[in-house]
Design a protein around this ligand. Structure first.
Ligand code: NIG
Ligand code: FE
Length: 386
């Protein structure tokens, strides 16, 4: 996709703290990549020779962030909606239709430019894998083109035709999403998603959308329990969804169902920040044994941030996740939410997606919120951006 030539082999040495996510962090470590893969990790001084070298000069090195939930294909913004919320208005999801109108009216190049800008922002902040959803087209051609544009940036594309009912009769719209829209979208998507919540789709509709997606070869994930403790999580678990995202309002039965499943709870604290809502209870999920991921939910309505470090800082400060738990959720957790084992960890054979910080330890991501601490990003073994 990138067309970049990978460096043949690269030594990153004098690493102050190497977070591999495969055991405790290593001190005074080195790492060697070969092509687009990690080839070796271990103590500095024992590293094999390589073609080129980066001197980390005592900095922390960690896996690139896996942002498993974004909506970066859209037009316009909803800054005035944000201002109204800060003045006390609640978030309802109703503004999605405002973005749908702007997105339909935009040219391909306008949509592409916004996506490019937001993906570049995310990369500068350490995101090396990004999932991108459609969901602001909500017509057959507009959903298909949103996914085609998303595909220019990632293979982790998600068909979210079932975001809201844009107009007309809800049953007719579900028939469109599960029929002609799915047919047009499926060639460009890996995943299918549905917003199962108040004002969007109910449990029965959501299950039907996911089942149709599966028949078309798409794997399920769900926007669940953002606005109320509705059926979303149970629908997700029953469908063996890779992830139930938001999980802001959960019943005890929801927590138990997640804990007994392979469905990751993806928490999106940028949304609670920007909608001034109570944060999800991450401790309750972690203590129950649920796999937790963190993602940005980058979109113009509920969470207009592309920053995984910001989400980590919120998770630590506001959701009582430990810094280690938050970093794990932003790397391995995100990988699990995408059912991937080649990203999120720095072990031989994994993708050479890693970050060198302007800081001696990964703790600084939460300790120094809002500070641009990502010094170098390696994606597929190649430093820099595309
Ligand atoms: O994940 N909740 C549904 N979808 C998005 C918000 C979309 C919007 O408000 O534009 C979310 O928060
Ligand atoms: Fe979302």
């Amino acid at each position: 996709m990138s067309g970049r030539e990978p460096t043949v082999s690269l030594l990153v040495d004098r690493i102050g703290e190497l977070v591999t996510q495969d055991g405790p962090p290593l001190r005074d470590a080195a790492l060697v990549t070969e092509g687009d893969r990690v080839a070796w990790v271990g103590p500095a001084g024992r590293a094999p020779a390589a073609d080129t070298r980066i001197d980390a000069a005592g900095a922390a090195v960690l896996p690139g962030f896996v942002d498993s939930h974004t909506h970066v294909v859209f037009a316009g913004d909803r800054a005035s909606e944000f201002a109204a919320r800060m003045a006390g208005r609640p978030y309802t999801g109703g503004g999605i239709r405002t973005t749908v109108a702007a997105t339909r009216a935009a040219s391909d190049d306008e949509l592409r430019a916004t996506a490019r800008r937001l993906v570049a922002e995310a990369r500068r902040q350490g995101t090396t894998t990004i999932e991108i959803k459609s969901g602001y087209g909500l017509s057959v051609p507009d959903e298909a083109r949103s996914l085609r544009i998303a595909r220019e940036w990632t293979t982790e594309t998600t068909f979210l035709g079932a975001h809201v009912v844009p107009e007309g009769d809800p049953d007719d719209y579900v028939a469109l999403v599960t029929g002609p829209m799915l047919d047009a979208a499926a060639p460009h998507a890996r995943w299918i998603d549905v917003f199962c919540d108040r004002g969007a789709f109910d449990g029965e509709q959501a299950a039907a959308v996911l089942a149709a997606g599966r028949r078309a070869g798409l794997l399920p994930r769900v926007h669940a329990n953002q606005l109320e403790a509705g059926p979303g999580v149970q629908v997700a678990v029953r469908a063996d969804a890779a992830s139930a995202d938001h999980c802001t309002h959960l019943t005890p039965a929801d927590v138990d169902a997640l804990a007994a499943s392979d469905t990751v709870a993806t928490l999106l604290p940028g949304a609670e920040f920007a909608t001034r809502s109570p944060y999800p209870d991450a401790r309750r999920l972690l203590d129950a044994g649920v796999t937790v991921a963190l993602a940005t939910d980058c979109n113009p309505g509920s969470s207009y941030t592309s920053s995984m470090p910001f989400c980590i800082a919120l998770a630590v400060r506001e959701m009582r996740m430990t810094p280690d738990e938050a970093l794990w959720a932003a790397t391995v957790g995100g990988a699990r939410a995408l059912r991937r084992d080649d990203i999120g960890r720095l072990v031989p054979g994994a993708r050479a997606d890693l970050l060198i910080l302007d800081a001696p330890s990964a703790l600084h991501l939460a300790y120094r919120p809002g500070v641009p601490l990502i010094r170098t990003v390696l994606r597929d073994g190649v430093p820099g951006d595309k």
